[in-house]
Ligand binder design. Structure first.
Ligand SMILES: C[S@@+](CC[C@H](N)C(=O)[O-])C[C@H]1O[C@@H](n2cnc3c(N)ncnc32)[C@H](O)[C@@H]1O
Length: 326
């Protein structure tokens, strides 16, 4: 029998594997899931979510030395081996692991947002759908810059001494179109009766367009750039997380990010007077995230410690949020 508790994890980034901690949260306690989950594209060790070892995975080719993008070799995706073709299925199985732990923890009507890779996110969406969530939308985040790699085929052929072929294939490239957007899956937990009844009962299910009015007439195509320092190789802009939080939650509600990285979700929550629960298995990243949090001009203090006369921000049943002096 698990010990179900929420106060122990509230407004903290707990170091460790979220699969160990998710079962400890109280059922139906989370108002929003917002996470930049591992994409399963072998970006780094934490992103290898399969057992397949038949390549020079995460090694570096001489051409990759000293590069800030494409620093390591990913898994080949030409599909020559069954084990390679199983990688997406293994990613789906991994998504089912956390998705099934998550489902009972969410309140009815709560939104579930996760970033993902264009070529793997569908597996995570199917996994979460199979866990019980419903798909609402797939948002597009237009990135401020896209690392584009598409070698000239004529150059590769010329290096092989195939000069006639190089001429024939002039203008052709080996690669993809510039990847200028990333998907954000938006699912939700179902509810009984109507969405309006759910809003009245759980304060969840409606969208707050007025709070997002600086994004003129927001659509599901989002633009957001980094205004903050980059501390994680997969970091997401604060601005886009703030938008999603304001769109779907009220002050004082609880947002869960079990793959916290450098703490962007936690910083956004604190800036917007929401509570957060975070997990992160890289202890160094937890330190970085805690440092970032200290720089946010808000702190959350236990009710008992609130000074009389301090400026109290919205109510919450566990604690209140108060503004720091200055
Ligand atoms: C895509 S990154 C998140 C980056 C974050 N959005 C930011 O802005 O810094 C995913 C993070 O999940 C962490 N992670 C992966 N598997 C985990 C697990 N089972 N439990 C907790 N953290 C995990 C990784 O260490 C990595 O830092």
């Amino acid at each position: 029998m698990q010990d179900h508790r929420i106060a122990d994890f509230l407004d903290k980034i707990t170091p460790g594997d979220c699969l160990d901690y998710l079962p400890m949260l109280e059922d139906e306690s989370i108002d929003c899931f917002l996470s930049d989950i591992p994409y399963g594209i072998n970006l780094a060790d934490w992103d290898v979510l399969h057992q397949n070892t038949n390549s020079a995975l995460l090694g570096q080719s001489p051409a990759q030395k000293g590069k800030s993008a494409f620093k390591r070799r990913g898994k080949p995706i030409q599909g020559w081996s069954l084990a390679d073709r199983n990688i997406p299925k293994e990613y789906q199985a991994w998504s089912t692991l956390w998705g099934s732990l998550l489902y009972p923890k969410m309140k009815n009507g709560a939104s579930v947002f996760f970033f993902g890779a264009r070529r793997t996110i569908h597996r995570a969406i199917i996994a979460l759908e199979d866990c019980g969530f419903l798909v609402k939308d797939i948002l597009a985040w237009e990135k401020p810059a896209a690392h584009h790699r598409a070698q000239r085929l004529s150059g590769v052929l010329a290096q092989r001494g195939l000069h006639a072929e190089a001429k024939t294939w002039d203008g052709w490239r080996l690669g993809n179109l510039a990847p200028t957007w990333e998907p954000i899956a938006w699912l939700f937990k179902g509810y009984s009766r109507t969405i309006t009844d759910n809003v009245l009962e759980h304060q969840l299910g409606a969208i707050n367009l007025a709070a997002c009015s600086n994004h003129k007439n927001p659509s599901n195509f989002l633009k957001a750039a980094f205004k903050e320092t980059r501390l994680h190789e997969a970091q997401k802009p604060l601005e886009i997380l703030e938008f999603l939080i304001k769109l779907t939650t009220c002050e004082g509600q609880i947002i869960l990010d079990p793959f916290m990285g450098s703490g962007t979700t936690a910083v956004a929550c604190r800036k917007l007077q929401r509570h957060f629960i975070g997990f992160e298995k890289d202890a160094e990243m937890v330190e970085i995230a805690m440092q970032r949090l200290q720089e946010v001009n808000f702190e959350i203090v236990p009710k008992a410690e609130i000074e009389p006369g301090s400026e109290i921000l919205p109510l919450f049943e566990y604690e209140r949020i108060t503004r720091r002096n200055g």
